[in-house]
Design a protein around this ligand. Structure first.
Ligand code: LFR
Length: 487
């Protein structure tokens, strides 16, 4: 029935989807209306997102939503950091760069010369990643494109702009730029000035639940949705949406949002901006309702998807299910990597890079595919363990369970290894946490759900979850952690 259906466009690094969520009293159902590939494009100037194809995917998804009976509103979330620049006419200047492009690193030094890393962290509380927006903008210095730019819009804000004409910077995602004051919850005027970023380049902030306009006439005509359909500001950083949908019903939980990246950490009500926290590279990104997502990025299932891509390109395509069966049969702790070694960031031959890593660290490289996948999954489990333990320590919290959400929650071997490595029960699911978080923020804006705890209870009550009790040999995990420096 009308009054209870919400369309979530959720764009991930490998695919985008438009999901229709129906919310009733104690019910929450998802239908995937449309899924489309997200294929980055390598231009002479570097790696870019195919933003027009993504916009088209959103439009086609909304058209399917109209066919399925329509939606009371629409929300968009996607990955963080990346952005498009608009000129004085509001036209997009060039194509948004991909955070895996290798051209930002040179700019890191230029930024840190002006604002030393310790100072930058005290203000932004942001983990150091070479592709943070602040470094991307510094890398664009002196280009005709930046000179012509009047507005910077983060990816979901750019797509909202193309649906509605409205301009804004959603706060959970703005908190990943390196230009946002973590404690104040606003753009940092001081950083903008010191780094020579024009104040007007950054749009005014908006917050999850805020209205973001209605569909432009062309969008309404193409999709078949009524022009009065509202677009609601959701937690537009996908990780923020995923954390909002963690089905936790009390304190004491850690979470892992596991997809292309593994984002592991805790929810806090105030940022941790200490020097130890910076040294451990924890981030204080914004969640819904001013919560803090205190977490660290680990390379995640990218290591597998990029390996699969490499094998397929060599004429040896293989299904994930086959790989996981082979990995389950492989010998434990044969080879281990640090998933966050910088050579694993750019696209390319990940299996060869894993072999190099092993040789460099005095280990025998994985002998076959199963051994390689085992190595990746055990190493991810070790990174989960190290990150959650350190987060709890730095925030002065105790953890009694781990919620693992996102695509990785379907990966039984990874869930079991994570339970064993952390020594904590892992509650796996929902797989579509990000789309659910997107939908629930819209439902709340329509008065159907009261608050964040009620959103989470609704997920817990309606979505299939699976619990993994910790087992295995604790001391074997301890020595494995020490072996690869992930203690
Ligand atoms: C996950 C994510 C992470 C962010 C990375 C790059 O999809 O949004 O939170 O660090 O992508 O934007």
């Amino acid at each position: 029935p009308a009054g209870s259906a919400f369309a979530a466009a959720d764009l991930g690094a490998t695919s985008g989807r438009v999901v229709l969520g129906r919310v009733g009293a104690g019910t929450l159902d998802l239908v995937e209306a449309h899924r489309f590939a997200n294929t980055p494009v390598r231009l002479p100037g570097g790696l870019h997102w195919d933003i027009l194809a993504l916009h088209q995917g959103v439009l086609d998804g909304l058209r399917e939503v109209a066919r399925l009976g329509g939606a009371d509103s629409v929300g968009i979330d996607s990955w963080a950091v990346d952005h498009g620049l608009l000129d004085a006419d509001g036209e997009l200047l060039g194509n948004p760069r991909h955070y895996r492009d290798q051209r930002f690193e040179g700019a890191v030094g230029a930024v840190l010369d002006v604002v030393p890393a310790a100072e930058l962290y005290r203000v932004t509380g942001l983990q150091h990643l070479p592709f943070n927006t602040v470094f991307q903008l510094a890398a664009a210095r002196g280009t005709a494109q930046l000179a012509a730019a009047r507005r910077m819009l983060l990816i979901p804000d750019l797509l909202v702009h193309w649906l509605t004409g409205s301009v804004g910077a959603e706060a959970t995602n703005a908190s990943t730029t390196g230009l946002f004051d973590a404690a104040a919850g606003t753009w940092s005027g001081e950083l903008l000035e010191r780094l020579g970023v024009a104040r007007d380049l950054l749009p005014p902030l908006r917050f999850p639940g805020d209205p973001a306009g209605t569909l432009l006439p062309d969008v309404a005509a193409y999709t078949g949705l009524p022009p009065a359909t509202p677009v609601v500001t959701v937690a537009s950083h996908d990780t923020a949406s995923a954390v909002a949908a963690v089905p936790a019903t009390g304190p004491g939980f850690g979470y892992i949002s596991c997809g292309t990246w593994s984002l592991a950490g805790l929810e806090l009500d105030a940022p941790v901006l200490t020097e130890q926290s910076r040294a451990a590279n924890f981030t204080n990104e914004r969640g819904v309702d001013g919560t803090i997502r205190y977490l660290r990025n680990t390379m995640g299932l990218w290591l597998l998807s990029e390996s699969q891509r490499t094998w397929a390109a060599a004429g040896r395509p293989v299904e994930l299910g086959t790989l996981l069966r082979e990995a389950a049969a492989a010998r434990p702790f044969a080879a281990l990597i640090d998933p966050d070694a910088p050579e694993f960031l750019p696209p390319g031959d990940i299996p060869a890079r894993i072999a190099d890593f092993c040789v460099r660290t005095g280990q025998r490289p994985p002998a076959d595919r199963g051994a390689l996948v085992r190595c990746v999954l055990e190493s991810l489990a070790l990174a989960h363990r190290a990150t959650l333990r350190r987060a709890a320590e730095l925030a002065g919290r105790d953890l009694d369970r781990v919620h693992l959400v996102g695509g990785g929650s379907r990966n039984e071997l990874l869930c079991r290894l994570t339970a064993d490595a952390t020594g904590l029960p892992v509650i796996a699911g929902p797989t579509e946490a990000t789309a659910l978080g997107n939908i629930l923020v819209q439902a709340r804006a329509h008065g159907l759900v009261r608050d964040l705890p009620a959103m989470r209870s609704l997920v817990a009550a309606t979505q299939p979850l699976r619990r993994y009790e910790p087992g295995g040999d604790r001391s074997a995990w301890r020595s494995a952690a020490a072996r690869v420096g992930l203690a």
